[in-house]
Write a protein that binds this ligand. Structure first.
Ligand code: GLN
Length: 200
């Protein structure tokens, strides 16, 4: 019985809950997708999605609900976490200064720098077939005002690149992407997250 959590402070929450449920069905796993709104919810889950949305808003709410430390602790315990877009920004060790200037603390869990709003404005969103390490067929990656991963170091390994820039990375039990897997029908990235749970 797997409990897959989605951080539900702001952003693309229902889409990720649905994608996780479908991914469980595809993997033949029993379980449920649940919302995570406060730190005690983190104790009852086996993996966590930090969704896209506005990293400023999610970051402020994380602070208000004192969730930075509990998430860091669960990550250190080995709980798999997938951060998409705004979630990717919050997982990074270093930002482009805009969040820091607004007094917003990153979770700082992954060896990477990010720069916000690099992939165009809302109306310039685009979809591209993306080659991803570990997946046989290309993934339909939808980019919406995503951040750019400007640098990776240490244990942070690119799994996919677009024009020579990493757009999906993994560091042990942590994964981050600058696009929106929950907006396509393809649940293979959510299945990758679940497979990290079943392997640990
Ligand atoms: N632009 C958003 C931010 O900086 C991220 C965009 C997204 O999550 N789709 O937080």
């Amino acid at each position: 019985m797997i409990r897959a959590g989605v951080l539900s402070l702001q952003g693309a929450v229902p889409e990720h809950l649905r994608a996780l449920t479908r991914a469980m069905e595809a993997e033949g796993l029993e379980g449920e997708s649940v919302t995570v709104r406060e730190s005690k919810d983190l104790e009852a889950i086996d993996c966590l999605v930090i969704p896209g949305g506005e990293s400023t808003t999610i970051g402020k709410l994380l602070h208000r609900f004192n969730m930075h430390e509990p998430i860091r602790r669960r990550a250190a315990e080995g709980m798999p976490i997938l951060g998409t877009c705004a979630g990717c920004i919050l997982l990074a060790k270093s930002g482009d200064g805009t969040l820091e200037k607004a007094g917003i603390e990153l979770l700082g869990l992954m060896d990477m720098s990010v720069s916000r709003n690099s992939y165009g404005r809302q109306k310039e969103s685009f979809e591209v077939p993306l080659e991803i390490d570990g997946l046989v067929e290309d993934f339909p990656a939808i980019f919406i005002r995503g951040p750019e991963i400007t640098e990776t170091w240490g244990g942070c390994i690119p799994l996919a690149k677009l024009d020579d820039t990493a757009v999906m990375v993994r560091q042990g039990n942590l994964m981050a992407l600058t696009f929106h897997p929950e907006l396509s029908d393809d649940v293979r990235i959510h299945r990758m997250l679940l497979s990290l749970v079943t392997r640990t």
